[in-house]
Design a protein around this ligand. Sequence first.
Ligand code: IMP
Ligand code: MG
Length: 181
Amino acid sequence: MDLVQIDVLYNRDDIKNKVQMLGKKISEDYAGCELLVVGILKGAFIFMADLVREITVPLEIDFMDVTSYGLSTSSSGEVRIIKDLEYSVQDKDVLIIEDIVDTGLTLKHITEILKTRNPKSIKICCLLDKPSRRKANITADYVGYSIPDRFVVGYGLDYAEQYRNYPEVCIIKPFKAADPQ
Ligand code: IMP
Ligand code: MG
């Protein structure tokens, strides 16, 4: 993908409103609780930074970084932990924050690992969801936007480590020059 076309899918205002709604719902659902918010690096870093500022219950944050074995363009489902959590999840209400759920294989693996550590509860919040691509039985508890099978970048999401800093969520596709007249 040398030349690419980038179209805005959700702009700054769309995302701001959506993150506020998610934060409000999470705050209501966890009233009286203390949360451990676990961000999955790197894609979740911007979404998580905005979302935690919309959550009003006490919370701690931690991060996990994983990589999947195999081909880079699609998840193989075999996940290796590159950076593990700093804190124990035992008896904690854990909320995993992910940028996008695609096949669901990564989150299936992560939730399986964390469940062995005896948390009080585990839920998932993702900004974006591509349900048509699902291979694993994973349903996020909080979903910003359900999107079709398109590759998106920006607001933390990358293509080959680029575009994470774009403030909008954009669809990226190979650029096709117009046919000569
Ligand atoms: P899954 O295991 O297939 O659900 O993989 C999810 C991960 O794949 C996400 O955390 C992203 O890092 C990456 N991913 C999936 N779809 C996209 C996309 O459209 N843009 C950028 N990254 C994506
Ligand atoms: Mg990711």
